[in-house]
Design a protein around this ligand. Structure first.
Ligand code: PLP
Length: 387
């Protein structure tokens, strides 16, 4: 083994192996049904595969334009207009990114300077806080119970200070499966206008919404649209998490700053995938049926574990279902998630890993983006757990 010739001072000293890697490894070791990591078990549509193949074979294999293939930016503009009535100009307000992960990282880098505070709602997706810290920013938390009923906006108001420069939101939300209402977004609009701060809105699950609800994008709220980076992804929408194609919508002046960083981080994104997605987006049927597809899976999973004694609030969106086991056991969620993997053969994610201080609410997150057989098998095995 090589030993380093120079000492590198870590910029992320607290970051180690993520819980997702840990649980997936444990699942593999114990041959468990893996309902932990959030990616689909099934393939993308043959139609999309054919398009990708066609564009690779027709020579679309060199660098794409820095801001993205124009046909894809136009298709996103059209899709966003149809959903929200807001027009993002493909030339200057839409940038194609390497997944939403890059969009989020760049947006945070644009908005956050050393010493700035950023309001983060927790439980939170794991990439936000490291990106804030790498930019010298300070996360300020609004802590929500994973089964929360609503956001207390008086509490949120207390988190703003003269140093606040951005707020990060995520709707539909990973890991709680909650949707933000129009009223939530209006309240956020009032506060962020008053304090003049940027908003970074992670909307990667925008097409996975249940029980007749609708996704309200930050772009649809005028007081937010002019200060928001809307970060989207095709990974969840088309079962192509491995393609890593996402985008950022933002007003012209903000997009110009976004592109300055994007161009030196990745310069441009996978060319044939962009052409394929541009063509695939022409047909709204390709994403409008997704909610019904996942709602069936959510219902199948919930109905198959309903008699175990968990407290379950059906997920409102995303492909995650949380279950509270506080009636069944007092075990720490981290230990329980490990025990379920080892003893029952089902891997999940403990919710405490989404909190800065690892708060244990006795809740586990299960991903239902799996084949029905896998969900039924997982549910059956959860019946064997000794409480
Ligand atoms: C809430 C949330 N944001 C962003 C991402 C990353 O998206 P992408 O794979 O497009 O980079 C994920 C992926 O799991 C996610 O759950």
């Amino acid at each position: 083994m090589l030993s380093a010739g120079t000492e590198i001072r870590s910029k992320l000293p607290k970051v180690g192996t993520t819980i997702f890697t840990k649980m997936s490894k444990l699942a593999e070791e114990y041959k468990a049904i893996n309902l932990s990591q959030g990616f689909p078990e099934f393939d993308c549509s043959p139609g999309l595969q054919i398009l990708m193949d066609r564009y690779v074979r027709s020579g679309k294999n060199q660098y794409a334009p820095m801001a993205g293939v124009m046909a894809l930016r136009e298709a996103i503009s059209k899709k966003t207009y149809a959903a929200t009535g807001v027009e993002y100009h493909p030339e200057s307000e839409i940038t194609i990114t390497s997944g939403a992960s890059e969009a989020l990282y760049v947006a945070i880098s644009v908005a956050v300077h050393p010493g700035d505070e950023v309001i983060v709602f927790e439980p939170a997706y794991d990439s936000y806080v490291p990106a804030i810290e790498l930019n010298g920013g300070i996360p300020v938390y609004v802590t929500l119970d994973p089964l929360y009923d609503g956001i207390d906006w008086d509490v949120v108001a207390t988190r703003f200070s003269a140093k606040t420069k951005a707020v990060i939101i995520n709707t539909p939300h990973n890991p709680t499966g909650k949707l933000w209402t129009e009223s939530d977004l209006q309240k956020l609009g009032e506060l962020t206008t008053k304090h003049d701060v940027a908003v970074i809105s992670d909307e990667v699950y925008e097409h996975i919404i249940f029980d007749g609800r609708s996704h309200v994008s930050a772009s649809a709220i005028p007081s937010l649209a002019n200060r928001t980076f809307v970060c989207g992804s095709f990974g969840k929408t088309f079962h192509i998490t491995g393609w890593k194609v996402g985008y950022c919508l933002a007003p012209k002046e903000i997009s110009a700053e976004f592109r300055k960083i994007h161009q030196y981080l990745v310069f441009s994104v996978n060319t044939p995938a962009q052409f394929a997605l541009a063509e695939y987006l022409f047909e709204p049927e390709h994403y409008l049926g997704l909610s019904a597809f996942y709602e069936k899976k959510r219902n199948l999973f919930i109905n198959s574990i309903n008699d175990i004694g968990f407290e379950i609030k059906p997920s409102e969106g995303s492909f995650f279902q949380n279950v509270s086991y506080h009636h069944l056991s007092g075990e720490h969620d981290l230990y329980l998630a490990e025990r379920l993997t080892r003893e029952a053969g089902v891997a999940s994610i403990p919710l405490s890993s989404f909190y800065n201080e690892a708060v244990d609410y006795k809740v586990l997150r299960f991903c239902f983006a799996k084949n029905d057989d896998t969900l039924l098998k997982g549910a059956e095995m959860l019946h064997n757990v000794k409480w």
